[in-house]
Write a protein that binds this ligand. Structure first.
Ligand SMILES: [Zn+2]
Length: 550
């Protein structure tokens, strides 16, 4: 079958929570790459009787297309030999198929193929240094099957810090708008606001939101406020995307709550909150503070989150939070690399294995599950493993199984190190089991809504025709790891579980309007401090039109 202009997915059990459809038998009609209301009776048909039909998966937070991922690939040659990825058997004329390598950070083409094989059709790389945006776009060009984009790192960049210090918050907003456009990015990402800059100047890190950074008058609180307000004033489809201070530190839940409270009433997305929900510290052992964090999230509709679940097995920690990676390298004894990106941000990478017999890993695993199971609004607590930081995206099906099947979860709980689980809600027994409808929310409808992608994550007329069709299986992990069919922009790319087509994905980026007088000041700053000429800095050839700003 060639990529059909029209296709009727007939008789499947449809989960389309954005349109209030929760397991109804109905047809999904596709024409010209979009979902349509109806089709002529003679339109080509794909028989989905007895199968589960959902929109294509949407990954709101992963690391797969960046200069830092490339450094991570170089750091783990042993993974490449252990997981070779032969070229897929694409249909005649659909090539050329590419071989590659897997492991925790697969090569570009393999990443696209594996996302498609999982039923995911949209993904964002959540941390790109502005100076390396061109590299990310080149990697996205070579990551087929998924539409996607990048979040650009701010919050430790010299120009922004200077504007905040000078009280020039309007100019900071205009700079943010310019930077989004110059890098072809989709959203603003903050990593450890001010903490990376502080560490680079010799300070250990920042501990509180009102700590001055590197001997200047800027504080994490001012960075959070400035960028959250900028994202909202620019009407970006996705609000500011925040990795809080003190990631991975015992007792950090207090910083996380303080950060949420600092932005109270403002739309903001707090990412991988599992890594920010730890009790203990100050001489006390690590403990779960998941309930403290999720209670706040449940009660504040302006806050959204993804979990950043830890899954047992190999992982690769990659983050702009270089001070965290330095500590991890010191405590684990594992190899690492550190990259300083001029005056923009930092980056550290450490390979890591989460072991169920290790007390802290077991606690992290439990905290992630508690956050999911205690959440009262699945639209605002969506699925991520912070791929590959908490585990590969290939672990999503196993995570879905843990959420849907209490008996599997309880069995697994018996095998983990219980040392730090006192007071954990999971250890006390959580009966909740996610339904298929809720899984459809946390893996596609919810992320799409949080990203402001009105054409994604649902199957209503006008939506992009990205559809995943699963064969029902009592083995939930198996069902979600091997979709029977995947449709991307109207083309059937996975047929009978085999990848047959690998079309290029669309680039998702924004171009908000701003007061251009900022450019004169920026040019002066570049002339004085940057190794790159101002005119050479912007990425000029970002494919596709920017996503419309409402
Ligand atoms: Zn991340």
């Amino acid at each position: 079958m060639s990529a059909p202009d029209r296709l009727r997915i007939a008789g499947g059990t449809v989960y389309d929570p954005a349109n209030g459809v929760d397991g109804e038998i109905r047809d999904v009609c596709i024409e010209g790459g979009r979902i349509v209301e109806r089709l002529p009776a003679d339109a080509p048909t794909l028989d989905a009787k007895g199968m589960v039909v959902m929109p294509g998966g949407v990954d709101i937070h992963a690391h797969f297309a960046s200069s830092s991922c490339n450094h991570a690939r170089r750091l783990a040659p042993d993974e490449h030999a252990a997981d070779p990825a032969p070229a897929p058997a694409l249909s005649e004329g659909e090539g050329p198929p590419r071989s590659g390598t897997g492991g925790t950070v697969p090569s570009t083409f393999t990443t696209g193929y594996r996302y498609a094989g999982l039923g995911y059709t949209t993904a964002f790389d959540a941390a790109v240094a502005p100076l390396t945006a061109r590299h990310s776009h080149s990697e996205l060009d070579d990551t087929p099957c998924v539409d996607g984009g990048i979040f650009v790192l701010m919050g430790n960049d010299e120009y922004l810090l200077r504007q905040i210090e000078a009280g020039e918050r309007d100019r900071a907003r205009d700079y943010a708008a310019w930077l989004l456009q110059a890098t072809g990015a989709y959203a603003i990402k903050i990593v450890n606001p001010g903490g990376v800059e502080a560490w680079k100047t010799g300070q250990r890190n920042v501990s509180g939101l009102d700590d001055p950074i590197g001997g200047r008058s800027v504080t994490p609180r001012a960075i959070l406020e400035t960028l959250a307000d900028a994202a909202n004033a620019l009407r970006l489809p996705h609000p500011v995307h925040i990795h809080c201070n003190n990631l991975g530190v015992a007792g950090n839940y207090a910083t996380t709550l303080a950060s949420m409270e600092a932005l109270a009433g403002r739309r903001a997305h707090f990412t991988h909150i599992q890594f920010h929900s730890y009790g203990g510290g100050g001489g006390q052992p690590w403990s779960s503070a998941a309930s403290r964090i999720i209670e706040y999230v449940n009660a504040h509709p302006e806050v959204s989150t993804d979990v950043g679940q830890v899954m047992f097995g190999p992982a690769m920690t990659i983050t702009a939070d270089a001070p965290v990676e330095y500590l991890l390298h010191k405590s684990s004894g594992r190899r690492w690399t550190n990259i300083d990106v001029e005056l923009e941000t930092g980056c550290g990478i450490v390979p890591l294995t989460y072991k169920d017999k290790a007390a802290v890993s077991a606690l992290q695993w439990a905290i992630g599950l508690e956050l999911f199971l205690l959440s009262t609004d699945p639209w605002r607590v969506v699925l991520s493993t912070d791929h590959p930081n908490g585990g590969s995206f290939l672990a999503y099906p196993a995570l879905i199984e843990l959420l849907m099947d209490r008996s599997v979860r309880d069995e697994r709980l018996k095998q983990v190190n219980p040392k730090l689980l006192a007071g954990s809600a999971l250890a006390d027994g959580l009966a909740r089991e996610y339904t298929l409808g809720e899984i459809a929310i946390i893996t596609r409808a919810g992320p799409a809504r949080l990203l402001g992608l009105t054409h994604k994550g649902h199957l209503g007329p006008g939506a992009d025709a990205d559809v995943t069709i699963y064969s029902r299986d009592p083995d939930i992990a198996k069902m979600f790891s091997t979709p029977r069919y995947v449709v991307k922009s109207g083309a059937v790319i996975v047929e009978e579980g085999q990848l047959r087509r690998a079309p290029a994905g669309r680039r998702l980026h924004v171009a908000p309007g701003y007061d251009q007088t900022v450019l004169r000041d920026l040019r002066r700053h570049f002339d004085r401090y940057s190794t790159v000429a101002f005119d050479n800095y912007p990425v000029r050839d970002v494919p596709g039109e920017p996503v419309a700003i409402a």
